[in-house]
Design a protein around this ligand. Structure first.
Ligand code: AMP
Length: 171
């Protein structure tokens, strides 16, 4: 854990003054640490029955798609507006730095499917809450959230407190 923490790079004032950006690219680029990270995601879901894993662009794709492959689940991309080619549903949210919205395809989740949401960082929780709403709009069941990093001082967990939430590294 300390080893993983030490390989995540703090970038002060990116993308805006006052934000300390957690740069996970050194972790992704290190085979041992990348494998260890994905293994934690696998182990953390124990015997949950997961049909699909949802990840938001861009860094969320990397972790969510890799974990989906390992767990033999499907992968759902949540994208910024107007990026997905087919019909979409949309949900806006407030970020630690600004506001935005995410979209998913209307046929990406069937009613009753169990969906795990995977992302790199839980900060204020706005993104996570919006992603859960997208899943639920389509009748999916949010079975939980897994994050590589939780910035606990931003208290994002309070926005998704009714779900099963776990993070590998907490600051
Ligand atoms: P939030 O909606 O505030 O929980 O922000 C979470 C999303 O923004 C995640 O998808 C992260 O990729 C990104 N994010 C927010 N804060 C940071 C940070 N300090 N370092 C890296 N990524 C962040």
């Amino acid at each position: 854990m300390e080893e993983l923490k030490s390989i995540i790079r703090d970038i002060p004032d990116f993308p805006k003054a006052g934000i300390i950006f957690k740069d996970i690219t050194p972790l992704l680029g290190n085979p041992k640490h990348f494998r260890k990270t994905i293994k934690w995601f696998e182990d953390s879901v124990e015997d949950l029955k997961i049909d699909k894993i949802l990840g938001a662009e861009a860094r969320g794709f990397i972790l969510a798609a890799t974990v989906a492959y390992k767990l033999k689940a499907g992968f759902i991309p949540a994208r910024k507006p107007k990026k997905l080619p087919y019909k979409t549903i949309s949900q806006s949210f407030a970020l630690e730095y600004g506001t935005d919205s995410f979209e998913i395809h209307i046929d990406s989740i069937a009613k009753g499917e169990n969906v795990l949401i995977v992302d790199d960082v839980l900060a204020t929780g706005g993104t996570a809450e919006a992603l859960a709403k997208l899943v639920e709009q389509l009748g999916g069941n949010v079975i939980g959230f897994r994050f590589l990093i939780e910035l606990s001082f931003l208290n994002g967990k309070s926005k998704i407190s009714k779900y099963d939430v776990k993070s590998l590294i907490t600051y």
